[in-house]
Ligand binder design. Structure first.
Ligand code: NAD
Length: 367
């Protein structure tokens, strides 16, 4: 193991398992240790994947194992602790999404990486999806002309409140790939047929017990519009559809001369489409959408690990860096902030780094 990149995985639940499998398949990488506060989860995963070094305390693990990379795969509320502990010791981190519960925590993580020089990446792995990579190349080559609008498309199957914290940052991260850092956001959030109010703020698990414990949420449906540098616009909608629209998940890039559509569908399905004209027109007129062939590519999570290891060695920023992951999360938080301010455009980055819903609820309780 000495000549390999040694990865410690913190959090031995569903997604932790996936990290261990990806690392064990990856040439030049090895799982050096596992960590979980639950002895049962630790034993189950350690036995299944034959990892001997097992810890219930992340700080002890970091001191004894000294990994090259720590994967933080706890639920979102538990990201900041292990991530900052590793970054402060100079250990690079691949942290699960969304980066944190609020922007103040996200700032702490980004600052810990800046201060120590260790690298932080957020595992919004579609950052490196082959459809996104090829679409970026085609945009660069001028296939669709000047980019006018980037539209994020959600997976569906959840009320917007849960979708914000579960899948939302995957989508905003894909939007950022084409728009760059956003400059403003205007948003609105709805419950049934009315605008959401502070009485609708609740814990994620209250809204949906089968989803993760990811802090405060609000609303059934939501809209966000964005301005990116250079006049590129963005839009995202969460419409509380039934869970039948997985093929909806991805991003559309609308240019002056054509469109590209990336869809994160199961392998075998077409993942990138090109429309050789700018407007789709009437239903049924879109028969000239053309599938774009993609080269064989490693799984995106393997690329995230490779990208992070390369960045740690070179000093460059990794793909899906902490700063990008914070932007993806900030695009989601900004919808709440704008909604709370009556839907007006709010400038980004947000001046107030606290959770917009926490502030709103506290204010409403006082009055
Ligand atoms: N990138 C993706 O596509 C993707 C997919 C699924 C989940 N996720 C993310 O992965 C993360 C984990 O999700 P999950 O479904 O695996 O959660 P989970 O609840 O199944 O597992 C989390 C594990 O972390 C452990 N844990 C909690 N606090 C800890 C601490 N301080 N130190 C060590 N272990 C601790 C828990 O005991 C549990 O075993 C979430 O942030 C989620 O959003 C990402």
């Amino acid at each position: 193991m000495a000549d390999k990149i040694r990865v410690a995985v913190v959090g031995c639940g569903g997604m932790g398992r996936h990290h261990v499998e990806v690392v064990q398949r990856l040439d030049g990488f090895a799982v050096a240790a596992l960590c979980d506060v639950s002895a049962e989860a630790l034993a189950r995963m350690g036995d299944q994947y034959q990892v001997e070094a097992r810890y219930q305390d992340c700080e002890v693990m970091l001191e004894e194992v000294k990994p090259d990379i720590t994967a933080v795969v706890t639920q979102t509320r538990g990201h900041v602790g292990p991530a900052v502990a590793a970054l402060r010791r100079g250990v690079s981190v691949l942290c699960e999404k969304p980066i944190a519960i609020d922007l103040a925590e996200a700032d702490q993580m980004v600052e810990a990486a800046r201060a120590s020089g260790a690298k932080l990446a957020i595992n919004q792995q579609n950052h490196l999806h082959p459809g996104i990579t090829r679409a970026l190349e085609l945009v660069e080559e001028g296939l669709i002309g000047e980019v006018l609008l980037v539209r994020g498309r959600n997976k569906a199957g959840r009320r917007s409140g849960n979708e914000f914290m579960e899948m939302g940052t995957h989508v905003t991260d894909m939007m950022l790939r084409f728009g760059g850092p956003p400059q403003w956001c205007a948003g609105s959030v709805w419950v049934g047929d009315r605008l959401a109010g502070p009485q609708d703020i609740m814990e994620a698990k209250e809204m949906s017990p089968q989803d993760r414990d990811s802090g405060l949420v609000m609303g059934d449906r939501a809209l966000g519009t964005y301005g990116f540098e250079g006049g590129v616009l963005g839009e995202i909608h969460f419409l509380d559809h039934e869970k039948t629209y997985n093929a909806n998940y991805g991003v559309d890039v609308l240019g002056r001369q054509g469109q590209l559509a990336v869809r994160i569908v199961a392998s075998g399905g077409h993942q990138l489409w090109h429309l050789p004209r700018p407007l789709e027109g009437a239903a049924g007129a879109g028969g000239d959408w053309q599938p774009v062939e993609l080269p064989e590519a490693p799984e995106p999570m393997a690329l995230m690990y490779r990208g992070l290891a390369a960045a740690a060695a070179s000093g460059a920023e990794p793909p899906g860096s902490g700063v990008e992951g914070r932007w993806a999360f900030e695009m989601i938080m900004a919808i709440y902030q704008s909604h709370r301010e009556g839907g007006r455009r709010v400038e980004l980055p947000l001046a107030d780094r606290r959770h917009p819903l926490e502030e709103w609820r506290a204010e409403a309780r006082k009055s």
